[in-house]
Design a protein around this ligand. Structure first.
Ligand SMILES: *Cc1c(COP(=O)(O)O)cnc(C)c1O
Length: 450
């Protein structure tokens, strides 16, 4: 029986959860359906079949509360799962916290972040339907790394369209992706119609995430043996991430503890949702568990976005999703937490937000780097710039929490490939961006009127 004083709470391998939790049957109000970008009618499974395999489309629309994790996915998960829940005792001391602080360490995966929790099942469900190759886009490279790892496990080819400016300025992740055996194209690339057209117009174009999405979707739609993958936002991605919260629940139970605050950073919302969703039913049943989401002030979709239908990408190729959005035409400032620069958020998370079940907070990047450095100097590990937003929020929450309360935050990834950002931080080169209301109003004007 582990003592509550223990620093690192491990879950025995035999207790690795063997099913994911799907929140759809438990949501207080049903999810608004995704709409076809042309007709504004609900998207049909047949339409999604052009770019996604049936197994994942079923999960996207499923009303089953529990979804079994296939054995081959369990076998790959076991390379790093279960992950530890760690008591951050030195951090508690440094900030004079009266409560306990724990973090769930998702940085220990092969790719260094939580994203492998979904890349592995996505590769698997494509493989079993005979798909030979997966295409995707990546910004800073976290998702591309996670997907190329997963494809290498299941013998799939993998093509990653990486925003050219990141490809050139942050070479380490594309080197890792290529060593996993994937092909990486700096986007815009000559491989697609969209990319070629852009290069003809502007040979020096440095790319954008929206453009890279268009290239990856076009690649999948024009090749019979190829499907497209997405690393956040969609329902099936959030469902896969619930393995994190399910493990956390067991780990807390093993020391007789309950969470009072669950904290995570939000880009598209998948890591945060993965932590909190398994506690949704307990919260709805009246337990006092607070869900705290942390986002950049430079890209404040949850705290300042509008709840409405919008496109998932700049090129308006994806279905329209009902979400808190800053507008698909919104171009966020170049903050170092590249994974948090998305104009919208996962519909499941936005649904909970609208129900008043999520407390969202926004922070400047320098205060997040300050928190990350404090974590480094107390706990010893270097967080990803995205993760620093979770740490900042956890510290704020811990200062408000009572003496017997437990704050649990999700440590979404390590920062060992983000050292250039920490260098800029030390040199005092980081800028804080506060988004002017005119910019939000301007970008929202381009949203579809449905
Ligand atoms: C991608 C990423 C995020 C943000 O994505 P979500 O879908 O919101 O989880 C956060 N942290 C790290 C380390 C990431 O790679």
């Amino acid at each position: 029986m582990p003592s509550p004083m223990e620093g690192k709470i491990l879950l025995p391998a035999s207790e690795l959860p063997n099913r994911w939790y799907n929140p759809q049957p438990d949501l207080p109000t049903p999810l608004a359906p995704p709409l076809d970008p042309q007709t504004a009618q609900p998207v049909t499974p047949e339409q999604l079949g052009a770019i996604f395999p049936q197994g994942l489309i079923e999960q996207e629309m499923s009303q089953e509360r529990w979804i079994p994790i296939p054995q081959p996915v369990m076998d790959v998960y076991r390379l790093w799962r279960p992950t530890p829940l760690v008591r951050a005792r030195n951090l508690e001391k440094a900030i004079g916290a009266r409560c306990k602080i724990f973090y769930k360490d998702e940085s220990l995966s092969p790719a260094g972040s939580h994203k492998t929790n979904t890349s592995v099942p996505q590769a698997y469900f494509n493989m079993v339907e005979g798909v030979k190759r997966l295409s995707t886009e990546t910004g800073a490279g976290q998702w591309g790394t996670a997907l190329s790892f997963a494809c290498s496990q299941f013998g799939l080819d993998c093509t990653v369209y990486m925003v050219k400016v990141s490809y050139e300025m942050k070479p380490y992740r594309q080197i890792l992706i290529r060593n996993y055996g994937a092909q990486v194209h700096p986007s815009p690339s000559p491989m697609t119609r969209t990319g070629s057209a852009m290069l003809k117009k502007d040979p020096d174009c440095k790319g954008s995430l929206g453009l890279a999405i268009s290239e990856a979707v076009e690649d999948a739609a024009t090749h019979e043996d190829t499907k497209y993958t997405l690393g956040s936002v969609l329902n099936h991605v959030l469902v896969h991430q619930t393995i994190v919260g399910l493990e956390t629940e067991r780990q807390l139970a093993s020391i007789g503890a309950k969470p009072d605050y669950l904290v995570g950073c939000v880009g598209g919302g998948s890591n945060f949702a993965g932590l909190v969703l398994p506690f949704l039913r307990r919260k709805l049943a009246g337990e006092n568990i607070r869900f705290v989401a942390s986002e950049p002030r430079a890209c404040p979709s949850l705290t300042r976005g509008q709840y409405r239908y919008d496109y998932g990408d700049m090129a308006r190729l994806t279905p329209m999703l009902k979400m808190h959005t800053l507008g698909h035409a919104f171009m966020p400032a170049p903050i170092h937490a590249g994974g948090l620069r998305y104009h919208g958020d996962a519909p499941i998370l936005c649904n909970l937000m609208e129900e008043g079940l999520v407390d969202a907070r926004a922070y400047f990047q320098t205060e997040c780097f300050d928190a990350a450095r404090l974590f480094l100097r107390t706990q010893g590990f270097l967080p990803a710039p995205e993760t620093s937003h979770a740490i900042k929020a956890a510290i704020e929450v811990a200062k408000e929490a009572g003496p017997d309360e437990n704050v649990v935050f999700l440590y979404s990834g390590h920062g060992m490939l983000d050292l250039a950002s920490y260098d800029a931080y030390l040199k005092g080169e980081l800028t804080n961006f506060e988004l002017p209301q005119e910019d939000i109003d301007g970008a929202l004007q381009h949203c579809p009127q449905v």
